[in-house]
Design a protein around this ligand. Structure first.
Ligand code: ADP
Ligand code: MN
Ligand code: MN
Ligand code: MN
Length: 335
């Protein structure tokens, strides 16, 4: 007998990649092997030399098909040399994670997203706007909430796949939601966020709904969507000096620009200084401050140890890149 392995990878579409997947039938008892695809159809290769390699890096049970079927997240390699493809952002994160493994970096990412159906956010009226923001964040009831059945199925799927999903909540804009993954190491957080995104898109598809990770899906007085990134090292989990040193490292000359450039697209629209953000041109950290670039949670200030929250990454950021930048910047300073 055989099982189905759904091979999942990140393509080369600019400015934002799409997730792709296809199915391989694998004999029982065999691990999902290295496989390939047509890179000329995914912005990853020219037509005359189109083959790209899929190298399995993270395998879980497939909660959608069930049984012995599997989900197989892959990194993309070049044929022949088996070197990482230019779109493979995971490999550089592996190197940084290995370099700073002794500092035991942990990440928790809060993935916000917005459901869309028929070109408008789920739950929005055909014309005009819903009532202004206020009752939707963590709301209950048919006027405040849209899409909960999809969220519940997604949460169950993440749990069945063995992901470290740590919570979910309805967000400030109607039709907008969040799930959190973590704590995980720098490479694991990337693997798990990409896998959780795949499951979200795949499950919403059954409802004819698109889960968008646009940073500012609706212009105007509506919250954008981010991927707040919570971070700690073993020193930060023990001392407040290390917490402050981490914040200072992220604000060192050149660092804010370098980080923002790797935090996804739509920064100018989302990081306006309004709607619980700091303006993208300024860097500021503070306790409990949701208008800062970096927030120190109040419990952390009280207990004098813990973690910090980088509020700048956009919902569409590549978690491998975000984890690499933060690990590199903070762990270099704390070494
Ligand atoms: P918020 O109050 O900003 O909405 P959430 O509860 O949504 O925060 O998310 C907090 C995230 O921080 C969770 O994913 C959690 O796993 C993660 N987290 C908790 N402790 C740590 C830590 N020491 N290091 C890194 N991440 C952590
Ligand atoms: Mn949150
Ligand atoms: Mn949120
Ligand atoms: Mn947050």
């Amino acid at each position: 007998m055989s099982y189905r392995a759904e091979y999942i990878w990140i393509d080369g579409t600019e400015p934002l990649p799409y997730i792709r997947s296809k199915t391989k039938i694998v004999p029982d008892g065999e691990e999902p092997p290295i496989w390939g695809f047509d890179g000329s159809s995914t912005n990853q290769a020219p037509g005359e030399n189109s083959d790209c390699v899929l190298n399995p890096v993270f395998v879980t049970p497939d909660p959608i098909r069930g049984g012995d079927d599997k989900l197989v997240l892959c990194e993309v390699l070049l044929p022949g040399t088996m070197e990482p493809h230019p779109t493979n952002t995971r490999r550089a994160t592996v190197e940084v994670a290995e370099r700073f493994a002794d500092q035991e970096p942990w990440f928790g990412m809060e993935q916000e997203y917005t459901f869309f159906k028929e070109n408008r956010p789920l739950g929005w009226p055909v014309e005009g706007y819903p009532a202004p923001q206020g009752p939707y964040y963590c709301g209950v009831g048919a006027i405040e909430i849209a899409g909960r059945e999809i969220v519940e199925l997604h949460t169950e799927a993440c749990m069945e796949a063995g992901l470290n999903i740590s919570g979910t909540n309805a967000e400030v804009m109607l039709g907008q939601w969040e799930f959190q993954i973590g704590p995980c190491g720098p490479v694991e957080i990337g693997d798990q966020i990409w896998m959780a995104r795949y499951l979200l898109f795949r499950i919403a598809e059954e409802f004819g709904v698109d889960a968008s990770v646009a940073a500012k899906p609706i212009k105007g007085d509506w919250n954008g969507a981010g991927m707040h990134t919570n971070f700690s090292t073993n020193k930060m989990r023990e001392s407040y000096d290390a917490i402050i040193a981490a914040c200072e490292a992220l604000g060192a000359p050149g660092k804010p620009e370098e980080h923002i450039a790797g935090y996804g697209i739509g920064t100018e629209d989302r990081l306006t200084g309004l709607h619980e953000t700091a303006h993208y041109s300024e860097f500021r950290y503070g306790v409990s401050d949701r208008g800062a670039s970096i927030r120190i949670p109040w419990q952390v200030a009280q207990e004098k140890k813990g973690y910090i929250e980088d509020r700048r990454p956009n919902a569409n950021a590549d978690p491998y890149v975000v984890a690499r930048l933060i690990t590199d910047t903070v762990c270099s300073a704390l070494a």
